[in-house]
Design a protein around this ligand. Sequence first.
Ligand SMILES: Nc1ncnc2c1ncn2[C@@H]1O[C@H](COP(=O)(O)OP(=O)(O)O)[C@@H](O)[C@H]1O
Ligand SMILES: [Mg+2]
Length: 251
Amino acid sequence: MATYAGGVTALAPAVRVSGLRRVYGERTVLHDLDLDIAPGEFVALLGQSGSGKSTLLRALAGLDQDVDGEGRVSVPAKVSVVFQDARLLPWQRVLANVTLGLPGDQAEHGMASLSEVGLAGREPAWPNQLSGGEQQRVALARSLVREPELLLADEPFGALDALTRIRMHELLRRLCDRHRPAVLLVTHDVDEAIVLADRVLVLAEGRIAAERDIDIDQPRDSADPRFAEIRSALLAALGVTTETDTKADKA
Ligand SMILES: Nc1ncnc2c1ncn2[C@@H]1O[C@H](COP(=O)(O)OP(=O)(O)O)[C@@H](O)[C@H]1O
Ligand SMILES: [Mg+2]
């Protein structure tokens, strides 16, 4: 995979994908897909189940050896990935999970990261002593301690209850405002995408089929009329017709 040499010009994108194709057997999942993400930009990716969201994310993470990405995928040197499950090592304590694989003694750095995600004092705990939401916060701390220029997240809140998810949204937004990585957040939750992202993309038929800039100030209120308008447009792009749209069509 090509690596983008950071800081060449202020306008160079953090992520550049051009003409990316991924074929499984007979099936073309990504079809000459193009995508740029600016440094510090927060992009959410929506798409129906099976549309290729995780396939795209894996290609950007360098986890897909078979992708036809030669010269077509350019990402920064420091990339962190967060998945739906926290993927902590059960035989390592929380702090060791955060600093795992980092060179030298990073205990202080790891503790600062845990404190940022609201887990100060939980360093000596074992992963199975934490709730699902807390484990996901450890996963975020583990990502951020590496100071990524690109954060890739594949439905990171999909397994959490609704209240925990709202708290995680606030946390992720705060962390991203502070650390300013470029972000690609895969989600099937339209409201989550609109609450968090600067730009929302819809993946369909192997390409970016629709996109919307979200120019509503943070923190965003889902009661804002612009929110509802963006939601309907994105749902339509996803092939979902809302009840209100159906009524309007009939009127
Ligand atoms: N390793 C694989 N082998 C064959 N088909 C796969 C493999 N991984 C994913 N697919 C297929 O590619 C399509 C896209 O999968 P995926 O990227 O996981 O979708 P999404 O994350 O949008 O739900 C699906 O039809 C899936 O069955
Ligand atoms: Mg997926």
